[in-house]
Design a protein around this ligand. Structure first.
Ligand code: ATP
Ligand code: MG
Length: 573
């Protein structure tokens, strides 16, 4: 696992892609223009990996004063849906990026793509093949053995044109024919052994309805989409590196045919994001949701962007993360703590402080008058005094954390135990006098006396030197609500991977590595100001971490909270 060194300045980090673009601009390719795109297939929700691609593509466009397109690569009718289109639009907007007029759908280009396929046929660069899928696979050869020409490879242009037209007209069943490029069945690059361009698929498309029954393959459609939109730098993940020769072959032939001006778009590959303790594959995410291992696409434990948003992760944190991990050509695993650190850094700046008692036990101040209360004042943000202070009511009975009292203290324990003094933060110094227990011996309340001259912010406050500093909430004023704490969704850094000591042939599933204790729901006592928290408002709960008011389950005046991240890294336990 690698944790890259942060670049000196997050905003101007150089990388190999920027170097390529700088060189292209120096040579005045595309007149110095930079136009990128983020091209999701609308067949699932976006995940943390997509955030890297989004920040990278939109970030490059911003850095060079260009545009980045949001393009839906909706060429496969089977798994695509408007629900996903809407969710993707919302996620990219949430990350803080704008595409202006540049919102595109590959399906809008189906007519143009068809015309380009016809052109390739006429130029002798494509043919209709009538082998079955299995036969095509068998004829393709292997990495070590060349492929074999299909018996249909030398059909005449006229015959190909006619068959292709009849494919489009719906005369054939799925799988009866395909359109293939005519390149080289002996090429050492398997992707150049006459790749399939079109297949018959009698399926309803979420945008074009039943207008088409042939659909372009991704490898054919994608370069054309880029070229139609005048993309300059087509940035994609490494698995497409072997496809680049075909990308170039196709656009070169179409430029030759007058469809596009030169230079055509340039494909550049980078290593995809791999993150420990999560899975970043749509297939696996769909399985987690469908099989109800999580509560839905926006479950805060899921590495989707809707989940991240509910968790309280911030767009700024994702952008910072993308800068920090940089882009490279070699696959690396990034530790989840790197992402969490980026969130912490932003939240430390952005989140106001509040007090919450997550595991409450009552503290009774026996020498404080019953029925009386007074105000204490707590700063909203230690780094931003201009954000002022808020009032916290103080009274005879307070909630404190159960762990802040020990009847018999362990060595080095400075909080409450009989005879010891500690400060109630923003309030008074108290001296513990004992505790109350029920018939079973369980502690039901902690008892103490307060020092009336010790109030924080008054001259007497400094008279007491104490080591413990506890947070508290007045029982009479507290806001009791649900708080959710999350742990890793998986108990292993690389879910489903083989590990040392595994028997030979043992197959692990990523599902076997699900952490059964990834969600803990508490009934907590919060300071009264938190009643007014708006959905998605973020806070640091002192000592407990960063929290967000849940955007779905919060009611007006009755928010519930999710922990975004702890104050320090607890993943390296
Ligand atoms: P699938 O392979 O199932 O289609 P996908 O994650 O590649 O899933 P796309 O919708 O094709 O889904 O992805 C859109 C863009 O996001 C692509 O350009 C892809 O390269 C990029 N992307 C996907 N996963 C990652 C990742 N883990 N890291 C960086 N970029 C990614
Ligand atoms: Mg993909």
């Amino acid at each position: 696992m690698t944790t890259p060194t942060p670049p000196a300045d997050d905003s101007v980090a150089s990388n190999f892609i920027r170097n390529i673009i700088d060189e292209d601009r120096r040579l005045e390719k595309w007149g110095g223009r930079v136009e990128t795109r983020f091209p999701p297939e609308p067949n699932g929700y976006l995940h943390y990996g997509h955030a890297k691609s989004i920040c990278l593509n939109f970030g490059l466009a911003q850095a060079y004063g260009g545009a980045c397109h949001l393009r839906f690569d909706d060429t496969n009718p089977a798994k695509e849906d408007q629900e996903y289109v809407d969710a993707i639009i919302e996620a990219v907007q949430w990350l803080g990026f704008e595409w202006g007029e540049h919102l595109y759908f590959a399906s809008d280009y189906f007519d143009k793509m068809y015309a380009m396929a016809e052109h390739l046929i006429m130029a002798g660069k494509a043919y209709v093949d009538s082998l079955s899928a299995d036969e095509i696979r068998a004829y393709r050869g292997t990495l070590s053995a060349p492929g074999q020409d299909s018996p249909y490879r030398n059909r005449s242009v006229a015959e190909n044109l006619e068959l292709f037209e009849r494919m489009r007209a719906g005369e054939f069943a799925d799988g009866a024919h395909v359109l293939r490029a005519r390149i080289d069945m002996a090429s050492p690059n398997i992707n150049l052994r006459d790749p399939i361009l079109y297949r018959i698929r009698h399926a309803h498309h979420h945008r074009t309805g039943d207008r088409w029954c042939i659909y372009p393959m991704y490898t054919f459609a994608h370069p054309i989409e880029d070229a139609i939109e005048d993309i300059t730098h087509s940035v994609c993940t490494l698995e497409f590196e072997d496809q680049r020769p075909f990308y170039d072959w196709l656009l070169d032939n179409l430029a030759e045919g007058g469809f596009f001006p030169r230079p055509v778009p340039r494909q550049i590959e980078f290593a995809r994001l791999n993150l420990s303790y999560v899975v970043l594959s749509k297939r696996k995410l769909i399985q987690l949701v469908d099989e109800k291992h999580v509560a839905g696409w926006d479950d805060p434990r899921l590495p989707t962007l809707v989940g991240a948003r509910r968790r309280g992760f911030t767009p700024e944190g994702f952008r910072r993360f993308t800068e920090r991990i940089g882009v490279s050509k070699s696959d690396a695993w990034i530790d989840m703590s790197v992402l969490e650190d980026c969130m912490r850094e932003h939240l430390n700046e952005a989140a106001e402080r509040r007090v919450a008692v997550l595991d409450p036990i009552k503290l009774i101040i026996t020498n404080y008058p019953e029925g009386q209360s007074e105000r204490c004042h707590a700063p909203n943000h230690p780094l931003h005094p201009e954000l002022g202070k808020r009032e916290m009511p103080f009274s005879r009975e307070l909630w404190i954390e159960r762990e802040d009292f020990m009847e018999t203290p362990v060595k080095g324990y400075h909080r409450l135990y009989p005879g010891n003094m500690a400060r109630l933060r923003y309030g008074y110094v108290v001296k513990c006098t004992g505790c109350e227990k029920d018939a079973d011996g369980n502690i039901t309340a902690v008892l103490c006396e307060y020092m009336p001259d010790s109030k924080s912010g008054t001259p007497g406050a400094d008279n007491y030197k104490v080591k413990g500093n506890l947070h508290w909430v007045s029982v009479a004023h507290a806001y009791a609500t649900e708080v959710r704490l999350y742990d890793r969704l998986f108990a292993h850094p690389n879910p489903g991977a083989r590990r040392e000591g595994d028997a030979e042939g043992l197959e692990r599933s990523f599902l076997d590595d699900i952490n059964p204790n990834s969600l803990r729901t508490l009934q907590a006592q919060l300071e009264p100001a938190l009643r007014a928290a708006k959905p998605e408002e973020r806070f640091q709960f002192e000592r407990h971490g960063y929290f967000v008011a849940d955007r779905i389950d919060s009611q007006d005046g009755a928010p519930v909270f999710n922990r975004t991240v702890t104050l320090r890294d607890t993943w390296k336990r």
